[in-house]
Ligand binder design. Structure first.
Ligand code: KG4
Ligand code: ZN
Length: 348
């Protein structure tokens, strides 16, 4: 079976071909980052128009890369939601039209299901069940994943997503959009412990998280530094702030990951979503251990990350999730998009 996957939920157009026999055989991506950068954020109308422009050439490039033709495609999977309405419509309309012209089925995919299954595209794959930590620009959630389509939401951020906090903090530090990755690079140059930011809800005893207060704490520090330095923010201090901010977010994600593993009893953690590209988070989670009680010996946790290029939005994860649905003979739900769509609703 050969599944074409189409991702267009936000500012990346992704097209990929997943073969149930040979794995990922084509993967093309166009990022609109440069286009949105001058506005300091994603402009939905521009995003939709750009998806429309990119979808056909990306599909052709993807087929070429895989040495396949349109006639070889067995099904077309697309992101049905959540995401920007217009952007989703561009990909969904294209996927439906293409599938209709080929006489092949359409498979609507939940964007977050794509993310949480993306580590299964890595060479070393996790086995079920596992805890999935979804950390993207729009979501920060812990899910118990017991199999394809068997997901339980364990807890999530009550306000900003971790990626959103990275991007907003980067913006107030004067970094160009989208600043999350840049902030994390600068954090490498910063000194640990030069600043101490709060770890919100660290001891809340549940798996809820909160990141919006952290951004406000950074703002206060930045205002004080600027007041002391004639309105400017010296690079070295900015790097220290980046480091302290990143350490705070990572500490919270680390503590809550431990809690999620203890709660479920699982010892496999899968990290997905754009913030999964963060070097500090990867290093800390890779060495994660849990202790069921203070007297118990620490237990090892196996942590899996998607390959770095598959951490952020891409068509490969949609093609893969589509292929999994196809194998389970999931019927297509008709042509619609769902800009707001809780992942819990797709539990089968
Ligand atoms: O999963 P993704 O591509 O899109 C969403 O579905 O949201 O994630 C994008 C998010 C952005 O907020 C971006 O700032 C963040 O992932 N991100 C990072 C890093 N690379 C991307 N955050 C922290 N450190 C990084 N290295
Ligand atoms: Zn995403």
């Amino acid at each position: 079976m050969l599944v074409l996957g189409i991702e267009s939920s936000c500012d990346e157009t992704g097209v990929a071909l997943y073969s149930t026999k040979h794995g990922l055989i084509g993967n093309r991506l166009h990022t609109q980052m440069a286009m949105h950068a001058e506005y300091g954020g994603v402009v939905p109308e521009l995003a939709s128009r750009d998806h429309i422009r990119r979808l056909v050439p990306l599909t052709q490039a993807c087929l070429h890369e895989a040495g396949k033709n349109y006639a070889d495609i067995d099904a077309v999977a697309h992101t049905q939601g959540p995401g920007l309405g217009g952007a989703l419509l561009a990909g969904s309309a294209y996927a439906n039209a293409l599938a209709f012209s080929l006489g092949k089925p359409v498979i609507p995919v939940h964007h977050l299901e794509g993310h949480l299954l993306s580590p299964l595209l890595a060479e070393e794959k996790p086995g079920f069940p596992f805890v999935a930590l979804l950390v993207s620009g729009g979501h920060t959630q812990f899910m118990a994943v017991r199999g394809i389509g068997n997901y339980e939401l364990l807890g999530e951020s009550v306000d900003d997503a971790a990626g959103e906090a990275f991007d907003k903090t980067a913006k107030l530090l004067g970094l160009p959009y989208p600043g999350g990755a840049k902030l994390s690079e600068l954090a490498k140059l910063g000194r640990p412990d030069a600043f101490a930011f709060p770890r919100p809800m660290l001891h809340s005893r549940d798996l809820q998280m909160s990141f919006s207060g952290l951004k406000t704490a950074v703002l206060t520090v930045v205002q004080n530094v600027r007041a002391e330095h004639g309105g400017s923010l010296p690079d070295a201090i900015r790097n220290d702030i980046c480091r302290a901010f990143q350490d705070a977010v990572v500490d919270v994600l680390l503590a809550k990951s431990r809690q999620a593993l203890l709660h479920t009893g699982y010892r496999t953690l899968v990290v997905a979503g754009g913030v999964g590209a963060n070097w500090k988070l990867r290093a800390e989670l890779a060495a994660l251990q849990v202790r069921p009680n203070p007297k118990a010996k620490p237990e090892a946790v196996r942590t899996y990350f998607p390959p770095l290029p598959l951490c952020t939005d891409n068509g490969a994860m949609i093609a893969f999730a589509g292929a999994m649905h196809l194998q389970q003979a999931q019927p297509a739900a008709g042509f619609n998009v769902r800009p707001r769509w809780p992942l819990a609703e797709i539990v089968r």
